[in-house]
Ligand binder design. Structure first.
Ligand code: ME8
Length: 519
């Protein structure tokens, strides 16, 4: 048997300089849904997430708390892991840049770039943003009303001068542009691609890639008074996870990564610096970089200074894990910014989950429990309406796969819920509750077609709501080995006469707590 095709997906690795926030939750949930979709679709998946433990930002945050940087990250990084676990994200590795295998791997990348003639020692003088851990050209900065110099992401920059190693990024302009040209889907979505292409066309300056003013980082090989620039260290996590530089490691089969899922603010690092480093080191660039939008709390960017950080642990307590995952991925067009509000999430829970899917499952399964001895009813001769309903359900795999090509998670869910809506219309039009006396065989067929549609909806929705869909598939007595995408369509049709468990509600309505205080 041919081995399954590989699929490597990663999130960004988060700065553990504080607690994880809803933006971090959003990113890991989106990547997890894609990873689960690919697993169910037969791919050999590797999914990596983690934390970016080094750098000046962490160094300064630790100093503020009176801790060493290591003490700080050892306290905070586990919170990020706990968040991914609470959100039911099935990652293969939670990497930390303090992990033992990351140092030799990153030093080897450095050595290869150096051997290729792309690293030289000079002095750096320019603008640095600690918040972004990024160097900016003077023309990218401006003075705000208070006379503070601000970088392109809106964060303060400070003048920095020190001896530094440089990476010859300027030499990669043409190769990068050629790479974007030859691989049109390298940067997604398209708006992000256009921004990057024009940035690179504008000319690239060599990049300062080491620091001497603090020591919280990976030592430069052969010159340990320098630590590597945190972005060299951070980006390299993606190949450390594949066993680099040991190309005989079984995990090396996953490189080049199929997609790095990241936020739009760090697209430049992933689609300019990272492929240039890899080209220099003689490695292949990732196949795709996808920059999702920001999750905004009622229109504002979340930040600690604005005081509107929403704790992901509180959100799962208030609404439920699957409900939150569904909300993130249905409400926000993946790639665009999206808004979070209590009203919006309650709206989705009650309309899409409790009413549309939950009620349909509950009503049809209760009728079966009552009228069909709790067994999958027999399907008689199919009418045109029955066939049309089943054809819609059978057509979902092709549709959702197509949407997944562009990581359009919101389209995947919209396509599935269009079939849920159709199933509700079908159920209402055929009025099976009226047929018990007049035509029980017809009633059974309608119920069969309804729950067969629900079966396919449940299989396809597992990547987004794994626990709830497992429960729904349990209620349909679908065996564990018939829950992947190979069981979609006619191949996995429900078998009449199968005994079903007693039905129970999968999606309760959200009811405001007594004191009116939500989340
Ligand atoms: O950038 N909505 O770490 P980070 C959606 N360590 N996504 C958001 C968000 C929001 N409100 N706020 C942040 C770093 N993000 C680096 C990455 S990767 C080699 C190194 C996203 O903790 C952000 O865009 O600041 C990024 O993809 C991720 O969260 C981690 O952000």
């Amino acid at each position: 048997m041919a081995s399954a095709p590989t699929f490597y997906i990663s999130t960004a690795i988060s700065y553990p300089n504080g607690a994880p926030h809803i933006g971090h939750a959003y990113e890991v949930v989106a990547a997890d849904a894609i990873a689960r979709f690919k697993r169910l679709d037969g791919f050999d998946v590797y999914f990596q997430t983690g934390t970016d433990d080094h750098g000046l930002k962490i160094f300064q945050a630790a100093a503020k708390e009176g801790l060493t940087p290591k003490e700080l990250v050892d306290r905070t990084a586990p919170r990020f892991k706990a968040m991914a676990d609470v959100l039911n994200c099935a990652y293969d590795r939670f990497i930390r840049t303090v992990d033992a295998d990351h140092l030799p791997s990153t030093q080897e990348l450095w050595r290869r770039m150096e051997a290729n003639g792309d690293i030289y020692l000079d002095r750096y003088a320019g603008w640095y943003s600690v918040r972004d851990e990024a160097y900016y050209g003077e023309e990218e900065t401006h003075l705000n009303a208070d006379g503070v110099r601000i970088g392109p992401q809106g964060t303060p920059v400070e003048w920095t001068e020190e001896e530094s190693y440089f990476f010859r990024l300027s030499a990669y302009q043409d190769r990068l542009l050629a790479h974007y040209e030859a691989n049109p889907s390298f940067i997604g979505p398209d708006t992000r691609r256009n921004e990057i292409v024009s940035f690179v066309k504008g000319g690239l300056q060599d990049l300062s890639i080491s620091r001497t003013t603090f020591d919280w980082g990976l030592p430069v090989p052969g010159d340990p008074k320098h630590v590597m620039y945190v972005w060299v260290d951070a980006l390299n996590n993606y190949v450390t996870g594949c066993g680099f530089p040991d190309e005989s490691d079984p995990r090396w089969r996953f490189w080049p990564a199929d997609v790095h899922i990241i936020g739009k603010d760090i697209t430049r690092f992933h689609s300019v610096y990272w492929p240039a480093f890899l080209m220099s080191a003689g490695l292949q660039p990732p196949k795709r970089v996808f920059g999702h939008g920001f999750l905004l709390s009622k229109g504002e960017k979340m930040s600690k200074s604005v005081g509107n950080v929403v704790d992901p642990f509180d959100l799962t307590e208030a609404y439920g894990v699957d409900q939150l995952r569904y909300f993130f991925l249905r409400e926000v067009s993946f790639g665009q910014d999206g808004n979070y509000s209590h009203e919006a999430i309650v709206g989705r829970i009650n309309a899409d989950l409790a009413n549309d899917l939950g009620n349909l499952a509950q009503r049809s399964l209760s009728m079966i429990a009552k009228n069909c001895e709790g067994r999958v009813p027999p399907a008689g001769a199919l009418t045109e309406a029955d066939k049309a309903m089943l054809a819609q359900a059978d057509g979902l795999l092709a549709k959702t796969r197509a949407a997944m090509q562009d990581f359009a998670l919101h389209v995947v869910l919209a396509d599935i819920w269009a079939v849920v809506a159709e199933a509700n219309r079908y159920f209402a039009n055929n009025e099976p509750w009226k047929l018990s006396k007049s035509d029980p065989a017809r009633r059974d067929t309608v119920l069969y077609v309804t729950i067969e549609t629900i079966r396919q909806v449940a299989i396809l929705t597992q990547p987004v709501m794994p626990q709830s869909m497992a429960r729904l598939l349990d209620l349909l007595a679908v065996p564990a080995e018939a829950r992947d995408f190979a069981a979609l369509g006619e191949a996995g049709r429900l078998t009449s006469d199968t005994v079903l468990p007693a039905p129970s509600a999968v999606f309760p309505r959200y009811v405001e707590p007594e004191d009116g205080q939500a989340a």
